[in-house]
Design a protein around this ligand. Sequence first.
Ligand code: ARG
Length: 576
Amino acid sequence: MLKQYVAEHFEPYIPEWHAADILNVLEIPPDTQLGDFALPVFTLAKLRRKAPPLIARELAEAIGDHSHIKVQAVGGYVNVFLNRKEALRAFLEHWQTVRARYAEPTGKGERVIIDMSSPNIAKPFGVGHLRSTVIGQAIYNLYVKHGYEALRVNHIGDWGTQFGKQIAAYKRWGQDLDLDRATVKDFLDLYVRFHEEAEHDPALEHEGRAWFQKLESGDLEATRLWKIFVERSLKEFDRMYARLGVSFDAVLGESFYNDKMDAVIAQLKEKGLLEESEGAHVVRLDDEGLPPCIILKSDGTTIYATRDLATAMYRHDVMGGDWLIYVVGQEQTLHFRQIIAVLKKMGYDWADRMVHTPFGLLRFAGKKLSTRRGHVIFLEDVLDEAVARARAIIEEKNPALEDKEAVAEAVGIGAIIFNDLKNSRLHDVNFSLEEALNFDGETGPYVQYTHARVRTVLARMTDEDRNVLEEALPRARSDQDSPYLYTLSTDPAWALIKSLDRYPEVLQEALIRHEPSVVARYVLDLAKEANRFYHQERILVQDAALRLPRLYLMQEVAKVLADGLDLLGIPHPEQI
Ligand code: ARG
């Protein structure tokens, strides 16, 4: 809002630009000494064919100093200093309307379908799926916040030739397994063994193929075993989702589309898009500069891509999706480009509203991290280890804390989620539990702890204070309220005001870029400012003209921190 305030003030002096253009280029200087905002004039200088410092000087002179805004030309920038009391009046008034939800309902009810998590059955819930799960959940929250109707869909990998192998392995070596109790780990062991032994026993591959054929033709035994694999795996995944605080609006595995692919293939044929190539049937995408998309393999079976075509059509036609989002690793970029290209060739313009939202790898740096079983790191082990470490830290820092176990869980899980979300999603994440749980670092626990600390201060205010906070202070505009405004004009308070003011913009940017890290960085900054404030200004002092505005500020900070953490899917205990 303060940015808007500056942009509008500048508009009459820059005929080349509208307020919206100015808003786009206004920056926040790296050093607060340089002002509250800065307008870079480099593009303007090009338009006016003059050197940037000259333009900056001319502009600063034309704008001149006013009671509420002062300007100063420095190099190619016009630096802006707001009169804090004047700006505070405007901020407080505006904040009253913003603080109910912070984001503007730009979505107008459009339906967004988000493909997220989507792990594969009978395999461990991998760390790649963890990324898709937490990034997907945060993006979902951002959509809902902006007034979209969002649906989370878990596209479980529950179909494909590997299930033939899984059944073959079970038939050979799994007879002793108690299927009611079997875990994904047991299934994985069978699967690994299959691949090891298949190297010198070619009959195995043949058995695997035969079982998959049986499965595809609805054979009872094959179907029964497959169902057990699916159910046991989902049970384990659900345990993970509950701990991560994630749920789904639909869980539709790949197998759900088995009876929906013939129609897709028929359409492709009808539209003359299907070509034979070395026995397989493909859609050529040469004109898009892409390799052909295989629809049917030479043995006539469908593949992952065929299912994704049917899936997209289902999500658009039946589920009514206006936007189809896929939170899937960047190694599948080509796959999604092909799917979108094929759908467009089929004449579906809505394919333009399909968005692949990729992310980088999650790597484990610390060796001592967790039990490694084979080459696979089980997510559950990582979660357990994080919670155990959080528990130890809490035990040391605050042994008298109530509900220690619940707090340890919230902090341990929060550390993992935050660590995943704090960098741009395309960056690879280097994972070290040590770092993720550092209460003084750029971590989830740091933000959670700051929030809890602020809440603890707020819990000590009186009912009378609380009333003033809700009623009088937000309306502090007249001169008799100026002690309040004065209190909020100190450097640390003003810095916090400016941070709060930025929140709605931050939310919008995070949504537009599908980038939860924008919110994560923001809550880190806000937490840092809050700590600085807390160290420099005493809050619960006698003088109401100091106490009340400071409490007000802390209350709004706590609310925004909690809101940001909610968006990231991170719990925020009242005490830590
Ligand atoms: N199960 C797949 C994998 O683990 C991810 C599925 C992503 N979603 C999709 N509609 N293709 O690689």
